[in-house]
Design a protein around this ligand. Sequence first.
Ligand SMILES: [Zn+2]
Ligand SMILES: [Zn+2]
Length: 237
Amino acid sequence: MQNLIDIHTHTLVSGHAFNTLQEMIDAAQGHGLKLYGVTEHGPAIPGTCDPLYFRNMYIVPRQYGDMRLMMGAELNIIDYEGTLDITKEFYFRCFDVTIAGLHQLCYKDGNRQQNTSALIGAIDNPHVNIISHPCDGTASDFDIEAVVLEAKKTGTLLELNNSSLNPYRGKQLARPYFLSMLRLCRKYGHPIIISSDAHHTSQLCDHQYANKLVEEANFPEELILNDKVDEFLNFIK
Ligand SMILES: [Zn+2]
Ligand SMILES: [Zn+2]
């Protein structure tokens, strides 16, 4: 399958990534992407950009040859209600795409019910387009089926995150949990998006671990949006 979309990546503005916006854009063009997303971490992650950065994103050109740039954010789910670390309506108008996710640095792993409620709260937020790495193990227990069903109900995309599956990161739960997510998405006919979550140009479009899992789950290509730009855009509208 041709990969035309990498919607979840970071630049050095996130504080622990290594390339500039222009370096990432050049690399994305080199990979032949049609849709490239830069989604810096929300303010609850130490060392990331000030919200003022998000307010100013409107000045960045969005078209590079036949590649469209989307400037967004990967916001943090910070409690068991699914509250995000940015709540003011104004900011959501600054984002071309809004991702929300759990991160150990600013989310305390709860019990099954608390973690499920945190994820469902974010899925129910009408501003949220995509849940990043829902199955990376930050929530050590949650009802994956309930999350998939809520995502389907609200038209929220669930991400298969390549970086979560990198063995170097030692996320033991990521493989079995993402595998369950894929099986449930297949069962209920809910699409996914594969992202590199690149923090360096060398990681851009690297979907090697995600692709292996997709194969293992016998996941249908029709439900992977990475080669379906219009369908993807329709989903996050
Ligand atoms: Zn993340
Ligand atoms: Zn990320």
